[in-house]
Structure formats: structure tokens, C-alpha cells
Ligand binder design. Structure first.
Ligand code: BTN
Length: 330
């Protein structure tokens, strides 16, 4: 079920959107929604001030002709196909980091599935303290609050769940992404998306997990800092065509919820199989930086907890967290 409109402005928008290219009269809208004609007109004006282009023609009514490229609940809710994920959506034009905001909301008791999304981040974070480039209105930056029934030791599985889901959403968008362990999404060796998983837990219980995802959707080369240009890519750069960000965000939320449900019902097994199928790491010669050490060898598999198994001269090493550099294919 698509998300239900929550207020009169969303209802007016949903009504106009449903009419497609057709005009709808102010009278029809006010009858259907139980609003006065003046209220309908005010909502139309409010929508226009948010960037919606709405024709108004005497004796014919209103017609929606343009939707702004934003990710507010107004644009996203009608596209959502999820039972929980994104149904509560906190949108910001600018934020330090969506994950920092999601962690605050999680501490305040926010429901699982709550999403924080921003058009730009001034302190976007990657793994290992790296900066996540977050040019305004080009890409997707979001964080999801989860409250899984998992012991803390199994929380890293969620990172792999998210990487499989984003890989699927990218492939649906026509981009042949693959996963570099544990959770980098690459296309032809260039990074298109990354995932940062953080949690608060007691020894035997997870309070919350925040999965933060950054996907380069419509970034052009010049939107990335110069030092990243050779290593980063985007849906736009790969397809030569921009993607509607709201649709793409909704596809990510759907894929993520489907894989989270699957993980909750069937455990890590199916996720592990799906991750292996999408992996660009397995079978490759790699160098892994982990715990201040460098391990060179062949990435053989991931184990039943998602750890990377690398065959080095010393034997098979089990790596729980680290940075992988891919060398040549075997
Ligand atoms: C990585 O590949 O190192 C992980 C990148 C994660 C970036 C996302 S963007 C949304 C969320 N907010 C953050 O500050 N980081 C994550």
C-alpha cells in the first residue's frame, strides 16, 4: 500500500497527482476532500511555494505539471510501498549528518522504520572517520532506525542486509553495482554508495541500530571533491541520464524493508547467499587493512556471521572489520 496522505496539502497533491494530465475543478477537490474552495486554493498556493508547478485555468480547474526534485514526505509518501520503513520521515534541507539526527531520535524512543533524510549534509560521515561528500540535492543521504531482536554480536549482519538491498535498488535503476566487503557498492571499481551502521546496545540486547546510507544518484564529476573524482561514480555518470531521486529513494526503502523482513524471518543464510552472488570481492586477490595489520591473500568467502575469510600465506584469516583493496582478478 502506498503511504497514506497525512494532511490536507498532501491530500490535495494526491488528488492532483491521481488526475495525471487532466484538469480537476476546485469544486471537485473541495467536495471530495471536505475543504472550502478557499482552503483548496491556499493549499495549491502552498504547494506552488514548495516548487510544485500547478496550472490553474478558469472553468477547468487545476492540473499538476511539475514536481520538485526534493525528498520531503510530500514527494516520498505517495511513492512508498513499505509497511514501516519511511512511513515516519524526518526531512531536512541541510543537516550535519542524518545518522547523528537518527541516533538522537532513537535515544528519544523513535519507532523502528523511522527515516531521516537530508538534501545535503555538512558533516556527512563515512566508515573509519572519513568524510562523506554530500553535495546538495544531487544524491541520497538517509538513515534508518531499527530495533532488531538480535544479540549485539549479530548486528553486523544488518550491514550486509543493507548492502544487498542497495545493490538491488541500483540494479533496478539500471546500474550494474556489486558489493565490496563489507558494504561498499561499486560499479567498475568506482564507489557509488556506502553504508555506515551504528548501534547502542547492552551486552545481551540491542537498543537501536542506525543504518546510514549515502548513494551517489545525480552527482556530476565536479560535485565530488577533486581527490575523489577518479574513485567515485553516480547513477547519472553510469547511465548518462539523471534518476528521479524520490522514486529511487522509495525503491531503496522497499528493497531495504524486504531484505530486513527476510533476515528477521529466515536468518542470515539467504542474505549471505545473496551477498555472495553480488560480491565483487570473492575470488579476488586483496589486501586487507585490519587492526593496524595488512593481510594479503585471496578473498575466499564470508562466514556464517559475515566475516571475510582471506587465504594468506599464514592460512585462512577471519576478518571482522577492515578495509579491502581489490587487486587483480584471479
Ligand atoms: C562509507 O562508505 O564509508 C559509509 C558512508 C555512509 C554515508 C551515509 S550518508 C547518510 C548517513 N549520514 C552520514 O553521516 N553517513 C551516512
Amino acid at each position: 500500500m502506498p503511504g497514506e496522505p497525512q494532511n490536507s496539502e498532501e491530500l490535495v497533491l494526491a488528488f492532483l497527482a491521481e488526475a495525471g494530465d487532466e484538469f480537476v475543478s476546485g469544486e471537485a477537490i473541495s467536495d471530495k476532500l471536505g475543504l472550502t474552495r478557499t482552503a483548496v486554493w491556499k493549499h495549491v498556493e502552498a504547494l506552488r511555494s514548495h516548487g510544485y508547478r500547478i496550472d490553474a485555468v478558469p472553468a477547468r480547474g487545476y492540473r499538476l505539471v511539475g514536481v520538485p526534485d526534493r525528498l520531503t514526505p510530500l514527494e516520498l509518501r505517495p511513492l512508498l510501498n513499505t509497511h514501516d520503513l519511511g512511513q515516519t520521515l524526518h526531512w531536512y534541507e541541510e543537516l550535519g549528518s542524518t545518522s547523528d539526527r537518527a541516533k538522537e531520535l532513537a535515544d528519544e524512543g523513535a519507532d523502528p522504520g523511522t527515516v531521516v533524510v537530508a538534501e545535503t549534509q555538512t558533516a556527512g560521515r563515512g566508515r573509519r572517520g572519513r568524510v562523506w561528500a554530500s553535495p546538495p540535492r544531487r544524491n541520497l543521504y538517509f538513515s534508518v532506525i531499527l530495533r532488531p531482536e538480535l544479540p549485539p554480536a549479530r548486528a553486523p549482519e544488518l550491514t550486509l542486509v543493507a548492502s544487498v538491498a542497495l545493490c538491488d535498488a541500483l540494479r533496478q535503476a539500471g546500474v550494474q553495482a556489486g558489493i565490496k566487503w563489507p558494504n561498499d557498492l561499486l560499479v567498475s571499481g568506482r564507489k557509488i554508495a556506502g553504508i555506515l551502521t551504528e548501534l547502542a546496545a547492552e551486552p545481551d540486547r540491542v537498543h537501536w541500530v542506525v543504518v546510514g546510507a549515502g548513494v551517489n544518484v545525480n552527482a556530476r564529476a565536479e560535485d565530488f571533491p577533486e581527490e575523489l573524482r577518479a574513485a567515485a561514480t553516480s547513477v547519472l555518470l553510469e547511465r548518462g541520464q539523471a534518476a528521479p531521486r524520490a522514486l529511487f529513494a522509495a525503491a531503496c526503502f522497499t528493497a531495504l524493508e524486504e531484505w530486513l523482513d527476510r533476515h528477521a524471518e529466515d536468518g542470515f543464510g539467504p542474505v549471505r547467499d545473496a551477498w555472495r552472488e553480488r560480491s565483487v570481492t570473492l575470488g579476488r586477490e586483496v589486501i586487507v587493512e585490519a587492526d593496524g595489520r595488512e593481510i594479503a591473500g585471496t578473498a575466499e568467502d564470508i562466514d556464517e556471521s559475515g566475516a571475510l575469510l582471506v587465504r594468506s600465506r599464514a592460512g585462512v584469516e577471519r576478518i571482522l572489520s577492515g578495509d579491502v583493496t581489490l587487486l587483480r582478478a584471479r
